[in-house]
Ligand binder design. Structure first.
Ligand SMILES: C[S@@+](CC[C@H](N)C(=O)[O-])C[C@H]1O[C@@H](n2cnc3c(N)ncnc32)[C@H](O)[C@@H]1O
Length: 234
C-alpha cells in the first residue's frame, strides 16, 4: 500500500470509530451536505460510481439507487477501515448494485478508466499523500468522467479548524484556492470550487463545546462545505 504507515494509522483510528458506531452516526451529520451534492452529480441509470472513503456506506447506497436500472449501474464504496467495510456490507444486504472494497485511496484497487463519477465525502483531508490520491482518481475515471470531493475542513471556513487538534490522526488544512490549483496541476479539467451550505435546522440554543452559541453554529453551516469538482479529459 502507498504510504503504508499513514494508512495503517488511519485504519486503526477509523476501526475504532466504526466500533463506536460513528460510521452510521455520520449519516446524521453529513446527509444535509451530501444530498445536494449527489443532486449536482447528475447521476444516470447505468453509470458506475466510486464512493472514496465510504465509511459505513450510507452514501454509497444513495448513489447505488441513482445509478440502478441501466445494465452496468453500480456503486462501489472503498475505505481504509476494514471495520467500516464490514458494517457497510451488512447494512447493504439486498442492495444488489452496491459493493464494498477494503483498500487505500492512495492505491485504489480497481482497473483504470472504469468509473463515470467519483464522490468523496469528508475524507480527502485525511489522505497522507493527496497528490497520489488525485493521480489514482484520474486513473480510475473514464475519459470525460468527473470527481466530486466534498470537505468540511478547509481554511476559508475558520470554524472548521476547531476540530484539528482533537483528531488523533494528522489532517491537511488547505484553502479553496490551494485545492483548486492542486487539482489543475494534476490534470483535472474544468475545475470548480462550490460551497454547499448546510441547510438543516439549527436549534435556538447551543450547548456543545465547538461553538460559542447557536449563532456561530449557524454561521459555520451558512459558510458550508467545500465541493471540488474536476473532470478527466475526454
Ligand atoms: C469522516 S469519515 C467519512 C465517512 C463517509 N464518507 C461519511 O460521510 O459517512 C472518513 C472516512 O475516510 C476513510 N479514510 C481515511 N483515510 C483513508 C484512506 N487513505 N483511504 C481510504 N479511506 C480512508 C476513513 O476510514 C473514514 O471511514
Amino acid at each position: 500500500m502507498a504510504g503504508a504507515d499513514g494508512d495503517e494509522k488511519l485504519r486503526r483510528e477509523f476501526n475504532e470509530w466504526a466500533e463506536e458506531g460513528k460510521g452510521e452516526e455520520m449519516e446524521r451529520h453529513h446527509a444535509s451536505i451530501v444530498e445536494p451534492t449527489i443532486a449536482m452529480m447528475n447521476l444516470k441509470p447505468g453509470e458506475r460510481v466510486l464512493d472514496l472513503g465510504c465509511g459505513a456506506g450510507w452514501a454509497t447506497r444513495l448513489l447505488a439507487r441513482q445509478v440502478a436500472g441501466g445494465e452496468h449501474g453500480q456503486a462501489i464504496g472503498l475505505d481504509i477501515s476494514d471495520e467500516m467495510i464490514a458494517r457497510a456490507r451488512v447494512s447493504s444486504k439486498g442492495v444488489e448494485n452496491a459493493m464494498y472494497v477494503w483498500g487505500s485511496a492512495q492505491e485504489i484497487p480497481w482497473q483504470e478508466e472504469y468509473f463515470d463519477k467519483v464522490l468523496s465525502v469528508e475524507s480527502f483531508y485525511y489522505y497522507p499523500d493527496q497528490s497520489k490520491v488525485l493521480e489514482e482518481v484520474l486513473r480510475v475515471l473514464a475519459p470525460g468522467g468527473a470527481a466530486y470531493i466534498l470537505i468540511n475542513l478547509y481554511t476559508d471556513n475558520p470554524y472548521s479548524l476547531r476540530w484539528v487538534d482533537e483528531l488523533k490522526v494528522q489532517v491537511h488544512a488547505r484553502s479553496e484556492a490551494e485545492y483548486v490549483e492542486m487539482m489543475r496541476q494534476h490534470g483535472f479539467e474544468q475545475v470548480e470550487a462550490r460551497r454547499v451550505p448546510d441547510e438543516s435546522p439549527t436549534p435556538e440554543t447551543y450547548s456543545g463545546r465547538w461553538f460559542k452559541n447557536a449563532e456561530e453554529l449557524r454561521e459555520f453551516k451558512r459558510m458550508g462545505a467545500l465541493l471540488l469538482v474536476g473532470r478527466k479529459k475526454r
